[in-house]
Write a protein that binds this ligand. Structure first.
Ligand SMILES: *[C@@H]1O[C@H](CO)[C@@H](O)[C@H](O)[C@H]1NC(C)=O
Length: 495
């Protein structure tokens, strides 16, 4: 981006113009759309990228870059926009984890490219675990080493299991390896090369897994053939990691105007992964929400409240949004009439994709119609489990989500260090932010086409599931805060 403005200059500009904020200027979709400017989105993303650069390269949960991102958003929504918005910072705790060091040494003593998943347990032996590799069968239909029967007859006790990635959670493979007595897992990727996406094992699985090193497909396949030929292959896996409870935050900010019982909500996550600045994931959604909010404050005369959420610890398992939805009272849940989720909406090779379900009402159509007028081909799908819409769907709130694709070819820098300012398709981001602005304006003015919250028993049962999962996390957090984590170096890290 050329000649980026600093936050301070932007602040001065806004202070000067704040006396001109109009009253009796009705909110319309057209006006809000016209207010969303590419250069302002660039300004926000320049700031978020800069925050990452100044804070060890990321904006991840538990790291200083997240706190700086929080302060950046608060400076605008809480300080500058205090006249138009009420802002609430919601604290919560979660298990922070970081791999300090990881290495895999091959049979010839060679260093092998390796990455560590989130919540990887440490190898507790000086110098790491050196052991024979035991191959596990590849199953490209059910997933390799995903089920107990696939481990039958394998003698992995005291050894390192060689496993192919894919089809089931990495944690499932690790839990089964531990149950069979393996000391660790060498997981080889499904796709060639070293552009390996970092998975999370989930804080809820701490204590049930063995250490893992994730290596390239090519290396895994070559070891596999050597094992098949009857050769003994020995490797060393070293993981030095810490985990401890850390506090983090959601920002919830809503218009003073509008009926508190009819709230239209927009959400994006504010945290990145530890590997990068998270400019597309999810600086893009964060910037869209900030600019929509900046525009909304110029207008009034809308009957429904607009609420913006910047979620914390999404990358650690949707933690902030699940904390929020699981702590809503029935009345508070009823008051949220719609939830829009914007996560990764500026992918460099955008694949415009809207997720919805039978309770999504008019939301997907509002996004789709605008994108179609801009010549975008939109794909429609069902919700997965990959973003902050999950908690809202669980409690039956009408929900829609927009995203433009993760992983190559859509976003080859997904969860990588290169998810920086060059990793955005500015036109796609602008069009998506405008679509989001229009949809918000429409529902702020009228809830026509919005179904009631679904309160059927399956949803309530799943809500119970969300609560249960939270209780387990809370218990783990307590466990972590009372204990300590050892590393292979015998260092004791106070938590
Ligand atoms: C987070 O943990 C700290 C330390 O145990 C505690 O004081 C605080 O109340 C916790 N916060 C929440 C929101 O649970």
């Amino acid at each position: 981006m050329k000649a980026p403005r600093t936050a301070a200059t932007a602040a001065a500009t806004l202070f000067l113009s704040s006396s001109t904020v109009a009253t009796n200027n009705p909110l319309t979709a057209d006006k809000l759309e016209a207010d969303i400017k590419t250069e302002e989105l660039q300004n926000v993303l320049w700031n978020l990228n800069h925050i990452a650069i100044n804070n060890g390269g990321n904006r991840a949960f538990g790291e200083p870059g997240f706190k700086a991102s929080l302060d950046f958003v608060l400076e605008r929504v809480q300080t500058r926009f205090a006249d138009q918005f009420d802002t609430f910072v919601q604290p919560f705790n979660h298990t922070y984890d970081k791999t300090l060091e990881i290495s895999v040494t091959g049979p010839e003593g060679e260093d092998v490219f390796v990455i560590s998943p989130q919540y990887n347990p440490p190898t507790l032996v000086e110098g790491g675990i050196t052991a024979a590799l035991v191959d596990t069968p590849v199953d490209d239909e059910r997933g390799s080493a995903c089920f107990a029967d696939q481990w039958e007859g394998l003698d992995v006790k005291g050894k390192l299991a060689l496993v192919k990635r894919g089809l089931c959670a990495v944690a499932d493979k690790s839990i089964l390896a531990k149950e069979r007595g393996a000391l660790g897992v060498i997981l080889y990727d499904e796709v060639p090369g070293t552009n390996i996406v970092v998975p999370t094992l989930g804080a809820e699985n701490i204590g049930r897994m063995v250490p893992i090193g994730i290596i390239p497909l090519e290396v895994g396949q070559s070891w596999k053939s050597r094992l098949a030929a009857g050769e003994e292959v020995t490797a060393t896996l070293l993981v030095d990691s810490i985990s401890e409870t850390r506090e983090t935050w959601n920002i919830i900010s809503e218009t003073k105007q509008g009926d508190p019982n009819n709230v239209v909500m927009l959400g994006a996550h504010l945290d990145s992964v530890q590997k990068g600045a998270g400019v597309n994931d999810d600086g893009s959604g964060t910037a869209a929400l900030l600019e929509i909010m900046t525009a909304v404050r110029r207008y009034d005369n809308f009957p429904n409240k607009i609420r913006f959420a910047w979620w914390g610890a999404e990358e650690s398992g949707l933690v902030g949004s699940l904390y929020y939805t699981s702590h809503l009272t029935e009345a508070e849940a009823d008051s949220i009439r719609y939830y829009f989720n914007y996560d990764m909406i500026g992918s460099p090779q955008p694949d415009f994709s809207i997720a919805s379900n039978e309770n999504s009402g008019v939301g997907p159509q509002l996004l789709d119609e605008y994108l179609a007028t801009k010549g975008k081909e939109v794909r429609h799908g069902e919700f997965g489990s990959g973003s902050d819409f999950v908690g809202f769907i669980e409690i039956g709130i009408p929900t829609a989500s927009l995203h433009t694709g993760a992983g190559a070819p859509y976003d080859a820098c997904y969860h990588q260090a290169c998810d920086d300012l060059d990793n955005i398709h500015w036109e796609a981001l602008t069009v998506n932010a405008r679509a989001a602005a229009r949809a918000a304006a429409r529902l702020a003015n009228s809830l026509e086409g919005v179904p009631p919250r679904a309160k059927t028993s399956p949803n309530l049962r799943t809500r119970h599931g969300v609560m249960q999962s939270f209780k387990r996390w809370t218990a783990l957090a307590e466990e972590a805060s009372n204990g300590h984590t050892c590393s292979h170096k015998g260092k004791k890290i106070r938590v």
